[in-house]
Design a protein around this ligand. Sequence first.
Ligand SMILES: Cc1cc2nc3c(=O)[nH]c(=O)nc-3n(C[C@H](O)[C@H](O)[C@H](O)COP(=O)(O)O)c2cc1C
Length: 144
Amino acid sequence: MARKVYVVYASLTGNTRKVAKAIGEAVGATLVDVRRDPLPEVGPEDVIFVGDGVYGARPSRAMFRALQARALPQGVKAAVFGTYGGKPRQLAVLEKILQEKGAQVVDRFACPGRDWFLLGLALRKHPSEEDLKAAREFAKKVVG
Ligand SMILES: Cc1cc2nc3c(=O)[nH]c(=O)nc-3n(C[C@H](O)[C@H](O)[C@H](O)COP(=O)(O)O)c2cc1C
């Protein structure tokens, strides 16, 4: 079966969605918004990108729930990404969950995202065109 690429993401205020779309377009991936749709059944040859914002130093509850609900094939190729206001602390958490589920996390990417926790006053230009360009390059490198 042909290899599929999935971009599984959650986004409360839209920043991570922009990055998810950039990644999806760069590598021809299927986008899955876990706030709306369940995780797809991922095959052993597929690639899965998992992305989220960081909220109180953690990924979103929607993402925790979605990842818990579905097994992954052992050794499946995965990469994590996200947006942040201060520090991308969600990435290490996402990476740990994926590794515990048997995935092989090969890379990570983060960029700033306009911070609505600070009333949208901080980082208002992010993700920027530069950020999205870097996201596309990250995606191509992961998929190879
Ligand atoms: C309720 C809330 C809590 C947040 N907590 C953090 C945090 O703990 N650390 C941080 O770096 N950014 C934090 N932020 C900033 C977001 O992570 C950042 O704006 C991110 O781009 C949001 O992604 P999204 O637009 O995809 O939801 C918070 C934002 C919101 C709205």
